[in-house]
Design a protein around this ligand. Structure first.
Ligand code: HBI
Ligand code: FE
Length: 295
């Protein structure tokens, strides 16, 4: 399998990791090796077993509706038929992490960029950048959900606007993505469940996010989320909980400019902060937390 065309190591909102050429590429499906398919199969099987009872019902149902299986790496063309039918979203193959504006422009046009390569066996437990497993297994399924699909398009449009407003607005908006799309929890009748892609694609955090005493779990509040720094090098110290994707959509359908202006006046909060006004589901014990490194 040819190697991805890594551009350079840029300081992104995920720390100093590589950013890639921005072109869209055809999925080189015939180029995947038996090892690639085996990495997919083992990651898929382990996560599916962990996520029953932990992932949100909408996520599990969407994965089934897409016909994802552990047998081999899915073909983007197959998934695009199902996804296009359901919500008009399409996958596009990319080399990897994209500069923000390229990424936002894809989302605003209902295109989700999926990295074409999958991690190596020696990266099985952790890879710092989004690979095919993180994108396909983690991000794509919920694009089958009409309300979440609308949220992701709206996020892309908001990102293009924020890009025009500058770095501070981009950082505040990146926190919204981080604490919802990547590390969000949702309340269901059976209790708190996972919908964030960064959690569902991580075995350790799938357990930590729901069962560890260390993190805070706080009811979603847009401005509170945008004020709150996050971690890129450890499990999250705070998880925000939505009541439904409809609530997430409603709470974010407003002009963010006044919020950015208010946030620019005040200080950001450390990832482990707890405020009196927080709707606390569980108060973190903080055991084992690193104290520096918030983004
Ligand atoms: N690029 N391919 C890709 N995938 C992502 O998830 C991604 C990205 N570029 C930027 C980005 N995410 C983050 O900045 C989000 O916070 C927007
Ligand atoms: Fe991601």
């Amino acid at each position: 399998m040819s190697t991805p065309r890594r551009l350079e190591n840029l300081q992104t909102d995920r720390g100093r990791i590589p950013v890639y050429a921005t072109g869209v590429i055809e999925q080189p499906w015939d180029g995947y090796t038996a090892t690639d398919h085996d990495v997919w199969a083992r990651l898929y099987a382990r996560q599916r077993e962990l996520l029953v009872g932990r992932a949100s019902d909408a996520f599990l149902r969407a994965q089934e509706a897409m016909g994802l299986t552990p047998d081999r790496i899915p073909r983007f063309d197959d998934l695009n038929r199902v996804l296009g039918e359901a919500t008009g979203w399409q996958l596009v193959g990319v080399e990897g992490l994209l500069p923000e504006l390229d990424f936002f422009t894809h989302l605003a046009n209902r295109r989700f960029p999926v990295t074409w390569w999958i991690r190596r066996p020696d990266q099985f437990e952790y890879i710092e950048e989004p690979d095919l497993f993180h994108d396909l297994f983690g991000h794509v399924p919920l694009l089958m959900n009409p309300v979440f699909a609308d949220y992701m398009e709206a996020y892309g449009r908001g990102g293009i606007k924020a890009h025009g407003l500058g770095a501070a607005a981009m950082q505040h908006l990146a926190r919204l993505y981080w604490y919802t799309v990547e590390f969000g929890l949702i309340r269901e009748p059976g209790g708190l469940r996972i919908y964030g892609s960064g959690i569902v694609s991580s075995s350790g955090e799938s357990v930590h996010s729901l069962e560890s005493a260390a993190p805070n779990r706080i009811g979603f509040d847009l401005e509170r989320v945008m004020r709150t720094r996050y971690r890129i090098d450890t499990y999250q110290q705070t998880y925000f909980v939505i009541d439904s994707f409809e609530q997430l959509m409603e709470d974010t359908q407003r002009d963010f400019a006044p919020i950015y202006a208010r946030l620019a006046e005040g200080d950001s909060l450390p990832a482990r902060a707890l405020l009196d006004g927080d709707r606390v589901y569980s108060r973190g014990s903080g055991e084992g937390w690193a104290t520096e490194g918030d983004i």
